[in-house]
Design a protein around this ligand. Structure first.
Ligand code: G6P
Length: 367
């Protein structure tokens, strides 16, 4: 069917704006909001009997998988072994019987991800495919398909597919927790309710567009950018850096905030903007001390946090973007928005081809 840009300048902008709907659509497929439970559709494995899961993917899909490692381990006490597919496929990872593997892919055609899937197949463990294209090769070769239901994504830099991947993975982590008895029925109810509120918060985050555009104008003056985050904000920091370099061609790196002192701190000076993704969560104060280290060296901090986070930090920032206060489980979904918008507007200021960045392909079917 016909896919057009509507009133938007680029597909990427349109796809960013579709997220309240795509997330809501995806979540309602996996969660029963009325009952406050994760739906129990048949699975090719039993979460309660698994000792671990392996996840493999490329690019943005890999980073969605990395966020889910925190969720599966924290809420379901299920160890996750995750790797980028080009490494995974050659690693000869041992696969104990009580394992299952998940492959995350928008296109369902990425060569390295498919090769990882075939490796797991040869090891005889059950395979789940989290894909946006349900007729894809990865979907066909899996034992269970978990559609992301984001609709066709045209922009090469993934946006709505990413938040839908996160939505599926969050729902699966809640289900896993419930079936493994690591979260109570009450916890499950609360988490399902919190997830159901994600689209509303995403809509609020979209309202920050004007402010983010102004920040992006400043960002486009720099040649290097560092992103920092802890916990689930760490993969998001990497996703922010990935988006920025993909479409604006500004060199960017995403680091775990605690790793700052082991290298990147050497780069900090007045010409280094440092984007800190830090909802006021369980380890917020640790991130604040990393920001102090940056501030002491003249680094320009762009802090993405919430009201409480801004109140508690008392650090002189270059810019502060105040997000709605969100429950822990949906923070990665909601905080994906400002980093997508930041990359988008920076690329627009740089005058690059936002939807078709140089040297990149939407689907990489060769090794
Ligand atoms: C390409 C795209 C990325 C995407 C990655 C994985 O590099 O440019 O946006 O994240 O492939 O693609 P997949 O279709 O497997 O999610």
């Amino acid at each position: 069917f016909l896919v057009d840009k509507g009133n938007h300048r680029h597909f990427m902008e349109k796809e960013i704006h579709e997220q309240p709907e795509t997330i809501s659509h995806t979540l309602s497929h996996y969660l029963d909001f009325t009952e406050g439970r994760a739906r129990r559709e048949a699975l090719p494995f039993d979460f309660a009997k698994l000792d671990r899961i392996a996840i493999s993917a490329c690019g943005t899909a890999y980073l969605a998988g990395l966020v889910s490692k925190y969720w599966f381990e924290r809420y379901a006490r299920l160890p996750v072994d995750i790797d980028i597919a080009s490494e995974f496929r050659y690693r000869e990872m041992p696969m104990p019987k009580a394992s299952a593997a998940f492959f995350v892919s928008q296109s369902g055609e990425t060569a390295d991800t498919l090769a990882s899937l075939r490796y797991c197949r040869s090891q005889g463990i059950p395979i789940g495919a989290i894909v946006n294209v349900q007729e894809s090769t990865i979907a066909r070769e899996a034992d269970g398909i978990f559609p992301t239901l984001a609709g066709p994504e045209i922009g090469v830099a993934s946006t709505k597919a990413f938040t839908s991947q996160l939505s599926v993975l969050a729902a699966l982590a809640v289900r896993a927790g419930s079936e493994r008895g690591t979260i109570s029925a009450e916890d499950e109810k609360r988490m399902v309710r919190e997830l159901s509120e994600a689209p509303r918060y995403v809509r609020q985050a979209l309202k920050l567009e004007e402010q983010i555009e102004k920040v992006a104008r400043k960002l486009s003056q720099f040649r290097h950018v560092l992103y920092l985050g802890r916990d689930t904000s760490y993969p998001l920091a990497m996703e922010g850096a990935l988006k920025l370099k993909e479409i604006s061609y500004i060199h960017a790196e995403g680091y775990a905030a605690g790793e700052l002192k082991h290298g990147p701190i050497a780069l900090i000076d007045r010409d280094m903007p440092v984007i800190v993704i830090a909802p006021h969560d369980r380890i917020y104060d640790k991130t604040v001390s990393n920001m102090q280290e940056v501030a002491a060296r003249g680094g320009k901090i762009i802090l993405i946090t919430d009201q409480e986070g801004a109140r508690r930090s008392s650090i002189d920032t270059f810019e502060t973007i105040i997000m709605p206060d969100v429950p822990e489980i949906i923070a990665p979904i909601v905080y994906a928005l400002p980093i997508q918008m930041l990359a988008y507007f920076t690329a627009v200021f740089m005058g690059t081809d936002v939807d078709q960045p140089r040297n990149l392909a939407k689907s990489v079917t060769v090794e």
